[in-house]
Design a protein. Structure first.
Length: 301
């Protein structure tokens, strides 16, 4: 998910009336009563669509005896060995489903899963907080909270000794190194596309190893089997596979969920575990993790 600048969609009074299926006169009455989200700019009333969506969602009344559909107790999205281990060891009862950052985020927004694990990258600007921008730009997402799991190091996995002396995406292109890639929408694939874009290299110019690798350990296996020369994954994956690692960047690896789900016992069990000595020890063994932000609330919509 290539996150760019945050744009606020503003509706005119007529557009807001059509969107809410009300008459314009009723909209003006609600503005006067202060019961509808709006702002006044150069004498005109404007209505932020995202605020209208949030207002509608918060106003839903459910008949007695009906309950909100509960999402599956799954954290869907990016694969991470430390997250997978933590969920297993902390006794939260939550499962993981490695589907890639974009796919996991989409399934969460659709209400299918309790949370999503994401590490998104902006195509244009490496300094953009792409995870936060994705939430801000999602008009279908209400009352979301972004919790830091960790920061982690991404880079090129290479055989021991780095025989092709790869140090950048330009080196990968110049040496015609066979690069293993991830599925569309995976965070590591977004990072690869961002590196190519900034270097003005087309992905068609690369020598791509087939087939596509679903998760980071599959990248490592492709290199160990001699099917690929490199690929992007975390330092922890490289360490576990006994491969060398060429660092690219540190990234935010976050969990996004609804505010009310943040307080569920399963999620609180996980967050309490993030503060444990056991968790810190395991992260150190894996390598490539910065836990200084673990459990921090990074954004609330």
């Amino acid at each position: 998910m290539s996150a760019g600048p945050t744009f606020v969609q503003l509706l005119t009074t007529a557009e807001a009336a059509a969107y809410l299926r009300l008459k314009e006169r009723k909209i003006y009455e609600m503005v006067a009563e202060g019961t509808v989200p709006c702002t006044k700019v150069t004498g005109r009333w404007l209505f932020p669509k995202a605020e209208l969506d949030h207002w509608l969602a918060a106003s839903v009344l459910r008949p007695p005896g009906t309950v909100r559909r509960e999402p599956a107790p799954i954290i869907c999205g990016s694969y991470d060995p430390l997250l997978e281990w933590a969920l297993r060891e902390c006794g939260s009862g939550l499962a993981t489903l490695a589907a890639g950052s974009e796919a996991g985020f989409a399934r969460f927004v659709a209400g299918e899963t309790l949370a999503a694990a994401i590490h998104l990258h902006s195509l244009e600007d490496g300094t953009t907080d792409a995870n936060m921008a994705a939430i801000k730009n999602c008009g279908d997402l209400y009352d979301a909270v972004l919790i830091a799991f960790c920061r982690r190091e991404q880079g090129f996995l290479v055989p021991l000794g780095n025989p092709l002396k790869l140090g950048s995406i330009e080196d990968v292109n110049r040496t015609r190194a066979r690069i293993a890639v991830r599925p569309k929408g995976a965070g590591a694939q977004l990072l690869l596309l961002a590196l190519l874009h900034r270097a003005k290299i087309s992905i068609d110019q690369l020598t791509v190893a087939a087939p596509v690798c679903p998760i980071g350990p599959d990248i490592a296996q492709a290199i160990r089997a001699g099917r690929a020369d490199t690929g992007i994954a975390t330092r922890s994956v490289a360490n576990n596979a006994g491969l060398d690692f060429v660092p690219i960047t540190w990234e935010s690896f976050d969990l996004v969920m609804h505010q009310h789900d943040y307080f569920k016992p399963s999620m609180q069990t996980l967050f309490n575990f993030l503060r444990s000595e056991e968790f810190a020890t395991r992260a150190g063994e894996f390598g490539g993790y910065d836990l200084s932000v673990a459990g921090m609330v990074r954004f609330v919509s």
